[in-house]
Design a protein around this ligand. Sequence first.
Ligand SMILES: Cc1cc2nc3c(=O)[nH]c(=O)nc-3n(C[C@H](O)[C@H](O)[C@H](O)COP(=O)(O)O)c2cc1C
Length: 285
Amino acid sequence: MTYDTEPVTELIRRRKSWRSYRREHLADDLKDRIQGFIASLDAPPFGSMVRFRLVDSPVPEKARTPGTYGVIRGARHTLVGIVRPSPAAWEDFGYSFESVILFCTGLGLGTCWMGGTFSRDYYGRAVDLAPDEVIPAVSPVGYIAGKRSILDSLFVMGAGSRNRKPFAELFFRDDFSTSLSPAGAGAYGQTLEMVRLAPSASNRQPWRVVVTETGVHFFLSRTPGYRRLFSQVDLQCIDMGIAMFHFSSAASSLGITGGWRRQERPPGIGIPDALEYRVSWVPQS
Ligand SMILES: Cc1cc2nc3c(=O)[nH]c(=O)nc-3n(C[C@H](O)[C@H](O)[C@H](O)COP(=O)(O)O)c2cc1C
């Protein structure tokens, strides 16, 4: 996938979470382009009903962006993501919202996935949430401030946001006993690197991937207790959806064709107890 501006792989490398913004409204043409992108989005891989709204925040004298518990400073606009819960909704949501986030990155704007530090009531009122809908995450969108606020820097340090696990800890060949190196991954070297660079809640990086003859199989390594902490939404399945978008948009920009399929269980792989199978990417033969 190529956005107007540059290849998706470059956008993935460039995107970072920003929590400090200039207190300015976005130029109308940027707002129009974001709205246009949202309106033109294809259905996500499992066909869930996801929708997005760009909400203007009244930021009065105070720098804090309302509804973010003071975590976000200065942003005048927030992207609000909405989904109707279903078994595949979380991955679909992560997939689609990340495509919007990377579109904003391509416009030179800052964003920050937020699944925890925002008020669901506040943004629910702002978007007239229907009783059968939830807001899994929101993101500020705006012009990045020259300097991160102290709180922003603390978040970056606390989550170890600059670090990613090594390739060999995340990716495997045939089963979980053989680690994969970027060179050993062949055509998938770059697409898996895009998974490795994905943002994830608290930077937990819960994705594990096994490459076999039949496809590329994605598993979740859940952080104990995390599901209970945020019971309304499955943040780590959202992380999985983000990784899926990084993988398949990079694959299509590199001319590697295939598609997503959820199987009963992928054939021939012994699955350790701690891991949960989620989805496979099957190359087109
Ligand atoms: C699903 C999800 C939820 C997140 N929730 C929050 C949040 O509530 N507050 C916050 O400040 N950052 C949040 N983050 C941002 C992560 O901490 C950040 O992506 C991670 O530390 C990696 O840093 P990077 O995005 O700069 O690469 C979230 C990220 C994801 C993917």
